[in-house]
Design a protein around this ligand. Sequence first.
Ligand code: FSO
Ligand code: SF4
Length: 545
Amino acid sequence: MFCFQCEQTIGGKGCTKVGNCGKDSEVAALQDLLIYQLKGIGYCGQKLLEKGIKIDDETDKFIMDAAFSTLTNVNFDPERFVEYLRKAQEIKECLKKQLLECKNHFPEVVSYTLPATKEEMLKDAKKAGIMYDQTLDADIRSLREMLIYGMKGMGAYGHHAHVLGYKDETVSKFFYKGFAAVINEGLTVDDLFNLIMEFGQVNLKCMELLDKANTGSYGNPVPTQVSITKKKGPFIIVSGHDLKDLKELLEQTEGKGINIYTHGEMLPAHGYPELKKYPHLVGNFGGAWQDQQKEFDGIPGCILMTTNCLQKPRDSYRDRIFTTSIVGWPEITHIREVNGKKDFSLIINKAFQLGGFTEDEPEQKITVGFGHNAVLSNADKIIDAVKNGAIKHFFLIGGCDGARPGRNYFTEFAEKTPKDTIILTLACGKYRFNKMNLGQIGEFPRVLDVGQCNDSFGAIRIALALADAFKCGVNDLPLSLILSWYEQKAVCILITLLSLGIKDIRLGPTLPAFITPNILQVLIDKFGIKPISTPDEDLKAILGN
Ligand code: FSO
Ligand code: SF4
């Protein structure tokens, strides 16, 4: 196997025997083959679109879901990948039939026929590996992989919007264009770079679509105090990013005497009017995703994983963790949708059986719900505070959390920011500092939680609105972006920020292994992107003495 798509890739170079994430070589091979199939679907789909032939919604949804399934920490179940691969072959054949081209002209990814058994698929997967073509130019490979990882991230966001009934043609169509482009040998470094910038703008649309889907379905988040302590009684913890799964579970547990906690990236759910109205949504459990194995160890309740980030379940909770949607782990019970509905009774019954916590902990709370609507409805006050010097600078400290010790940088950085600065935060990286009391500026907490990584559009909207109010560009604002990355959703967000021309982003804890020195130099020259150094040095560089 060879995989270097995430920040925790072994030795900062690539996972070759087994992934740091727990992905084994069998799953890695099947994922490679699935991406190979998506390239075939991309090629056929793009040709059809160029001929003005429409592609059906099921195919659009499949390409997003399949890309999402290969994202870090989502699905580790080989059998589910065999299912995806078979479906991919079916879809490819159907698109091929619609193309009236001579078969001989099809590239190999299109003429390839998936064999019947998993064993044969594993043999074929070799040629789908990232490093299979040793003669490929390293910078071309780097840009192709960057685009693929970006599309995996956008696949996740597109999936969340789609399940709520929100679709966008530009977004759906780009998957065909993008997957076709990564097998187009005629594309130069410049062509691929330009395509990646185009992708950044399409991903912005996708993020906007997801924002519409979430706020259209559940209302605009409002500032909300969330309990972070345990309550007596049976419970289910909901992890991941999918608000629809949470809503369905809240409906099915209403009035049953069961407590629902959010976990990880589900924390911002507490701010949505249509979710917070349920009194049995009692609070948030635990820290960021990488703490799950010790936090779930032997707990007397159930866990529902709706998306990434799943780690290998310990034996002490294998019988009480469930997956749904794209997520999977071998032999862990998976809840499927049947006729547009999910039946969570297995989890609910198990939670009753386990009995739950036996007593209440003394209550502690944190505040969430500063999405773009909440922040911008206070824009006048914020602008006044900047004008009268009460707010001197804004930091966007956001992105993923992870296990590396280098991530302490983000905690220390937040702690060391001066008291007259505001921290906007989003995604699970916030767990590095969201339980610290960093104070207030007037009526605003100094840390404003904009939401999930899925809510990055909100942060972009806030930045654009501030730039508008001060009649300047985003790069001229007293705003600095300090981003932590881990997986491929962070890749698509970063590309979007670059496509907006946002400069001087500090990125850590390490730089992506899939970016070659030449491509990194382009990013430095064009966008002033920089690796993080130390909190003191970076703060000094940003704010002066
Ligand atoms: Fe975190 Fe995981 Fe949301 Fe990522 S939970 S690391 S960017 O999957 O998705 O922020
Ligand atoms: Fe390694 Fe990350 Fe790939 Fe997992 S997803 S195999 S940790 S590079």
